[in-house]
Design a binder for this molecule. Structure first.
Ligand SMILES: Nc1nc2c(ncn2[C@@H]2O[C@H](COP(=O)(O)OP(=O)(O)OP(=O)(O)O)[C@@H](O)[C@H]2O)c(=O)[nH]1
Length: 235
């Protein structure tokens, strides 16, 4: 891919949050690599980067998998950093559902318009179910969000539907922002007699997964994000 195309590619940042052990790492790795790895280190936040093709267009995607988050250690930085959020609970664990509900409220307090999806994971463990599907569905409906029950272990297609959905929403937001910027610069250009515009088409591009220790990366670069928030991360 040419550098100018790469530079022009929309970048989308996603935060995956939820109680410890709900399957956040398994979910992220499944989505990005199609593979299922049973055990992960759970004492570090991980940042993944990959170029993905969603709906025939390329996106630079960064996903932070926040380890063991709860309301006491709510990952506020990650929520400000992100363009979209995936909130996960485990259908066999009532506490994880309650936490997902609290987290959802907190996320929407911090970022009212952030594209968010609610996932109930471990749907393969029907015999251990503590949360009926309808509970997840109504929690999501209350906040006007999409909801899916998934099994990362069984690779249910809704995993991909959910991520693709929020990535598409982000891309739409990105395109709208670009159009607004373009309209303003076109207007200024018209006013000063310069109407040139350049549109660069993206070509599709695969990518590799980069796994990073977010805590180390925080030290290395400062990203200024909206809402006057200063998050630190790098890839
Ligand atoms: N049965 C079943 N087990 C799953 C599923 N997804 C994840 N697991 C298991 O659940 C456990 C926790 O998965 P992780 O991905 O480490 O969970 P996590 O939310 O990242 O955990 P923390 O890093 O502690 O926050 C692991 O043993 C996974 O193999 C699933 O869909 N079904």
């Amino acid at each position: 891919m040419k550098t100018e195309e790469k530079n022009n590619m929309p970048k989308v940042r996603v935060a995956v949050i939820g109680k410890s052990n709900v399957g956040k790492s398994a979910l992220t790795v499944r989505y990005l690599t199609r593979r299922y790895i049973g055990e992960y280190r759970s004492n570090i936040d991980l940042l993944y980067r990959q170029t993905l093709t969603v709906n025939n267009a390329s996106l630079d995607v960064e996903i932070v998998d926040v380890c063991s988050c709860d309301m006491q250690m709510f990952p506020e930085e990650a929520i400000h950093w992100a363009d979209a959020c995936v909130i996960v609970y485990d259908i066999t664990c009532r506490t994880s559902f309650n936490q997902a509900s609290d987290m959802l409220q907190r996320v929407l307090q911090l970022r009212t318009q952030i594209p968010t999806v609610l996932l109930g994971n471990k749907a393969d463990l029907e015999h251990l179910r503590q949360i009926d599907e309808v509970e997840g569905r109504s929690l999501a409906a209350k906040h006007n969000l999409q909801f899916y029950e998934v099994s990362v272990a069984e690779n249910t297609t809704q995993i991909y539907t959910a991520f693709d959905l929020i990535l598409n929403m982000c891309r739409t937001n990105h395109a709208a922002q670009k159009t607004r910027k373009f309209s303003v610069s076109k207007m200024i250009g018209t006013l000063i007699g310069n109407t040139n515009s350049k549109v660069i088409q993206n070509s599709n591009q695969g990518g590799t997964v980069v796994v990073c220790h977010k805590s180390d990366l925080y030290k290395s670069r400062v990203l200024r994000r909206r809402q006057n928030f200063t998050a630190t991360a790098s890839l």
